[in-house]
Design a protein around this ligand. Structure first.
Ligand code: ADP
Ligand code: ASP
Ligand code: MG
Length: 407
């Protein structure tokens, strides 16, 4: 008997009919002799509605109270799915994150799972029940409700699979796997049957939202393979993608895929003294405000002053700009400015480790289209550039073509 964790995203539980279809699929897996734990997201659009309600009342309000509201979307779907299973004769029981023993830190709205007490879940499975768990939420040591960041149900799914030592972690969504880039932007995107957890980690961290980055981090750390599949495939016979260990991925390719991210904003401070401690005096106050910095660039000019550029999430932009203005005055900088009309495009592939020339091909491809590169960053298996947001879709398409990824 195998233990399967299945996670269904918002579109997959978006209507009563979709929930019935999920129940049918779960029952098929149970009938094949498996124990099944199901993680569900809120119905599609519901979390956005909750965010809008929060913003209409008190957008600057305390994150603890925001989580009380944000966590409600998933409570609806666990109950509905348990009812649907019951109506089809399958015993099932629903659990909120707290009831499922998912304990997190207290970083409200972006909490991290610390541990899972799976006693109740195991007892239910033993009693022949399907366990339905609310994704995206947990409880901190003080008993406050927490949420795991947007897209966090993926992380609930993988974390439960790890805690329960599941045989498989299945992520059901509205695409039948991971593609060479977002098929909504590039219709020629090609399906990838297998890729490494490390490649998926880079794709997710560079903006491919098909899996939340933290879910891939969990899977990578604990060596839990993830299968991405479509919940719209009613007969379990369509394609899927297995995200797994490097040794299980036969074919090593140069560029596996193109990821992009529209959520970044760029900040620049110019004419600061070129001396030890300057980077710290600029980024220290940013870090103290809990703002994550992605790319960093420093240029030193002949007159012994430096220009310093970095990127943050668009949500943090206003705050970061205010902090930068204070630093600018303190350091006597020549000027400071920001731009939110930027985007990041990345090429990712494990094969880059052993091949030079990938970055220069990327730069030439963009140059041929007249796309200016503002910032560059590289790792062993990726190259990222920041460009003007208006060229993002063009950049994705020409890179997709240039690296031979098109179907
Ligand atoms: P869910 O609600 O099921 O969690 P998401 O919207 O979070 O679904 O993730 C699925 C979406 O991710 C797809 O519809 C697709 O537009 C997008 N996506 C982005 N990059 C990729 C990629 N490389 N491969 C497949 N889908 C991608
Ligand atoms: N409902 C949450 C969101 O929209 C979590 C998820 O769907 O994974 O971000
Ligand atoms: Mg998602």
């Amino acid at each position: 008997m195998a233990l399967i964790v299945q996670k269904y995203g918002g579109t997959s539980v978006g209507t009563p009919e979709r929930i019935q279809a999920v129940a049918d699929r779960v029952i098929r897996w149970v009938k094949k002799g498996n124990e099944v734990v199901v993680v569900v997201s809120a119905m599609s659009g519901e979390t956005n509605k909750l965010v809008a309600l929060i913003n209409a009342v008190n957008p600057q309000g305390s994150a603890r109270e925001k989580d009380v509201i944000l966590a409600t979307g998933e409570q609806v779907t666990i109950g509905l799915l348990a009812l649907a299973l019951e109506s089809k004769g399958q015993p099932a029981r629903s659990y909120t994150g707290a009831q499922a023993g998912i304990v997190t830190d207290d970083a409200f709205t972006k909490a991290r799972i610390r541990h899972i007490d799976d006693t109740a879940i195991r007892a239910d499975l033993k009693a022949g029940r399907v366990v339905v768990v609310a994704g995206f939420q947990g409880i901190d040591e003080q008993g406050s409700i927490t949420t795991l960041g947007r897209g966090g149900s993926d992380t609930t799914g993988v974390a439960l699979a790890v805690a329960l030592k599941a045989d498989e972690c299945q992520i059901y969504t509205d695409v039948d796997g991971v593609y060479t880039t977002d098929p909504r932007i590039e219709p020629k995107a090609r399906h990838i049957p297998r890729l490494t957890l490390e490649e998926m980690l880079e794709m997710a961290s560079q903006g491919s939202k098909v899996l939340q980055i933290r879910s891939v981090e969990f899977a990578y750390k604990y060596d839990m393979p993830i299968r991405v599949l479509s919940s719209f495939d009613e007969h379990d016979e369509g394609k899927s993608t297995l995200v797994t260990r490097e040794e299980d991925v036969m074919e090593e390719v140069l560029v596996r895929g193109i990821a992009f991210n529209r959520d970044e904003a760029q900040l620049t401070i110019s004419g600061v003294p070129d001396q030890p401690g300057v980077a710290f005096s600029i980024l220290g106050p940013i870090a103290d405000a809990n703002i994550e910095v992605d790319m960093i660039l420093q240029n030193v000019s002949t007159d012994k002053t430096a220009d310093f550029t970095f990127t943050v999430h668009k949500n943090d932009y206003d705050n970061a700009r205010k902090i930068l203005a204070k630093t600018g005055e303190k350091l006597g900088a020549a000027k400071w400015e920001g731009d939110t009309n930027v985007a990041k495009v990345s090429i990712v592939g494990a094969g880059m480790r052993s091949h030079a020339g990938v970055a220069s091909k990327m730069f030439k491809t963009l140059a041929d289209e007249g796309i200016n590169i503002r910032m560059i960053s590289t790792s062993e298996i990726k190259v990222s550039v920041v460009i003007d947001e208006k060229y993002l879709e063009l950049a994705v398409r020409v890179l997709h073509e240039a690296f031979g990824l098109a179907a």
